[in-house]
Design a protein around this ligand. Structure first.
Ligand SMILES: *[C@@H]1O[C@H](CO)[C@@H](O)[C@H](O)[C@H]1NC(C)=O
Ligand SMILES: *[C@@H]1O[C@H](CO)[C@@H](O)[C@H](O)[C@H]1NC(C)=O
Ligand SMILES: *[C@@H]1O[C@H](CO)[C@@H](O)[C@H](O)[C@H]1NC(C)=O
Ligand SMILES: [Ca+2]
Length: 363
């Protein structure tokens, strides 16, 4: 508008020799008198006018182009700003999604990595079952378990390789380095080192095997001095509570060692017998038993102060010593599983482990 107006004014001003009617041209030329507007001037005038109109048009086109470009630039800038806002929002969302997914991932890995350490498995078979789909090879070792209906968690040694794994070790005797001459309190609470020789403890075993809707099997693995191995297994294993002195309850026997828990005769049968120690006498010799023409008052004393489910002593005591020690008259201090024999003589047992595992039930 304004610029154009100024320009058009300027265009007119730029033609100083354009003649105006009735006005005398400078110098009083004769041409103006004869031919007021000669043809060549008319042509020049027309050409100049055309030039001027073209110039104006060009100028306005330029101006229009400039303003259009400016408008387009403004629009594009506006769009760019909108795009920038959108893309920053998208980035923000992506970051949020990434944070969330990494949190989910972390909680997953935390769940799996803490399980072996702070496991809330109820026993080693429970731990095995929950890890088997996640860990290609579950290692044997010390795990924390929390049996149902107890307020305590405790450590146990889990054998994850032996015969399908999932075994909770309740006793191990291998080198004789741990003292098994212990009073009732120790046999109730447990002693020794879980990775080596130990007695898990009757209270803990009671908590494991007395969980609702569970059944446990007992597996006894024996190694003889001549490296012969064998086992005894019972398809059911329960303990009564402490007021019943943790009486043992055994199911059907299977294995290659013979059923020393039950022995050959009824008076040797330790099934359903309460536990005895040197200070708690439930051994069925009351006041005494006659064994090999000797009077025995305490089976625990006869077995070097160890604890077991003695019944008129019986043919089994896996808490005896694995070491060869000279036995005084009538003493039975060695690991005893009298039904496991070779050529009529009992094997000399150099190591034993007692382990329990949950039996899959339908309910
Ligand atoms: C014409 O242009 C001059 C500068 O060249 C400016 O000062 C003046 O304001 C303009 N006039 C109009 C009417 O736009
Ligand atoms: C122990 O078991 C007996 C028989 O099953 C039961 O009567 C008793 O209440 C139990 N005692 C405890 C402390 O649970
Ligand atoms: C009883 O056990 C101890 C080790 O706890 C051992 O030194 C001792 O010789 C054993 N007694 C017999 C008679 O074997
Ligand atoms: Ca007695």
């Amino acid at each position: 508008g304004q610029q154009k107006f100024n320009e058009s004014k300027g265009v007119i001003e730029d033609f100083p020799d354009v003649p105006v009617k009735g006005q005398k041209p400078p110098g009083g030329s004769k041409i103006w008198d004869t031919c007021s507007i000669p043809c060549d001037v008319t042509v020049k005038l027309l050409r100049d006018e055309k030039h001027s109109i073209c110039g104006q048009l060009q100028q306005s086109l330029l101006a229009f182009g400039r303003s259009t470009r400016k408008l387009m630039r403004d629009v594009m800038e506006e769009q760019q700003r909108a795009l920038d806002i959108l893309s920053s929002q998208v980035t923000e969302l992506m970051t949020k999604v990434q944070t969330l997914s990494s949190e989910v991932q972390r909680s997953n890995t935390e769940m799996y990595s803490t399980k072996p350490v702070q496991s809330h498995g109820r026993d080693c078979s429970d731990i095995k079952d929950s890890l088997v789909s996640v860990v290609p090879k579950i290692p044997s070792g010390i795990y924390i378990i929390h049996p149902e209906n107890t307020d305590s968690s405790f450590e146990v040694f889990c054998e994850m390789d032996y015969m399908g794994g999932g075994w909770t070790v309740m006793q191990r005797r291998t080198d004789g380095l741990t003292d098994f001459k212990r009073p009732w309190a120790d046999y109730a609470d447990g002693f020794g080192h879980l990775a080596g020789e130990h007695w898990l403890g009757l209270k803990k075993v009671f908590h494991i095997v007395n969980q609702k809707d569970t059944r446990f099997q007992l597996h006894i693995a024996l190694v003889a001095k001549n490296d012969v191995t064998s086992y005894a297994s019972y398809d059911d294993f329960r303990l009564d509570n402490e007021t019943q002195f943790f009486s043992i309850n055994l199911g059907r026997y299977a294995g290659g060692t013979g059923d020393a828990f039950r022995g050959y005769e009824q008076e040797q049968n330790q099934d359903t017998a309460p536990f005895s120690t040197s200070d708690v006498d439930n051994d069925g010799c009351n006041p005494s038993c006659s064994m090999e023409n000797r009077m025995v008052e305490s089976c625990s004393s006869q077995h070097n102060q160890t604890g077991w489910w003695f019944n008129q002593c019986g043919l089994a005591n896996l808490n005896g010593s694995p070491e060869d020690v000279e036995q005084s008259q009538g003493q039975r201090t060695h690991i005893l599983w009298d039904t496991w024999r070779q050529n009529g003589f009992p094997h000399v047992i150099k190591s034993v482990t007692m382990k329990i595992r949950k039996i899959a039930t339908n309910n």
